[in-house]
Ligand binder design. Structure first.
Ligand code: SIN
Length: 292
């Protein structure tokens, strides 16, 4: 029987009593979907999925898209992004390091993905946890004065700039990458396309710039918002077991991976990605949802 159990008071739901590869009654699926929207991440334990089943289960939450890192997508199933430090024939089969600073996937794209579903196949006995923070809870905890001061601001996001923060082990950005990764601007406060609730959309740990503000005003403000968003009260740290699936909502959650000893242990995960769109700004959402 379906059981929805909160992971903490502010973020996440563990979904129990479901085999994600089997039929799920429509009523249960509706409750699971709603828990995802309301609490920003879902955890399913003890699952076993083929790549096809992973893609099929992801489709229950939206349209599946291939991620922007084709070099790490499965040859036979390009919708599966492989995160792994396993090598075959002297070649890594996936990306060995996941983003180590707080981020939401594809923040640097004009139309970032709505969600991501990560499935743990082999995990280290220590390290390699993933932390999540609820950006709606963080936004709602800000004072009314701060909410009103930031609601129309936009942040300039640069994939080029974030690379050395997220992946310090990778070679510097090439000229070709620089040319194909233009900066984008996104609202600092976005409105969730399904729930109509507002969420911070600030990224973390990278000194982003707020459009139109001089550096001396932009830098402390963005740092304040980034630090506020990841206060422990809004976060959950997931200690992986093989067979775990975590689905997160990139419109309302950030996450970051943590270090593990890749010389001693394997960490092998498959991720799927759910299509999103241009983040809705507060004014636009007022018009469509009628919210104050
Ligand atoms: C990700 O950042 O998409 C994956 C997180 C992880 O590997 O823990």
């Amino acid at each position: 029987m379906l059981d929805l159990v909160p992971l903490t008071d502010t973020i996440g739901t563990e979904v129990r009593g479901v085999d994600v590869t089997g039929p799920i009654p429509a009523r249960d699926l509706d409750r699971i979907y709603q828990a995802w929207i309301d609490t920003t991440i879902l955890l399913f334990r003890g699952q076993r999925m083929t790549q096809e089943q992973h893609v099929a289960f992801t489709r229950r939450f939206g349209e599946v898209v291939s991620y922007t890192r084709p070099e790490f997508n499965e040859d036979t199933s390009p919708d599966i992004l492989v995160l792994s430090n396993i090598a075959r024939d002297g070649r890594l089969i996936g990306s060995p390091v996941s983003g180590r600073v707080w981020h939401s996937d594809g923040h640097y794209l004009p139309d970032p993905p709505a969600g991501s579903m990560l499935y743990a196949i082999e995990v280290p006995p220590e390290g390699g946890d993933t932390s999540f923070t609820n950006m709606i809870a963080a936004y709602e905890a800000l004072s009314a004065r701060t909410r009103s001061a930031i609601e129309d601001l936009r942040v300039v996001i640069s994939r080029v700039q974030s690379r050395p923060y997220n992946y310090p082990d990778r070679p510097p950005v090439t000229e070709a990458e620089r040319a194909s990764w233009p900066d984008v601007t996104h609202p600092l406060v976005r409105t969730h396309e399904v729930s109509g609730r507002r969420a911070l959309y600030c990224g973390g740990n990278v000194p982003w710039r707020i459009e139109g503000l001089p550096p001396e005003r932009s830098a402390p403000l963005i740092t304040f918002v980034q630090e506020f968003a990841v206060r422990p009260v809004f976060t959950y740290r997931h200690r992986w077991r093989a067979g775990d699936i975590v689905l997160w909502d990139n419109r309302s959650a950030m996450h970051r991976a943590s270090w593990y000893d890749g010389e001693r242990y394997h960490r092998h995960m498959h991720r799927t990605t759910i299509a999103g769109g241009v983040p809705a700004v507060v004014g636009a959402a007022r018009a469509t949802t009628g919210a104050a």
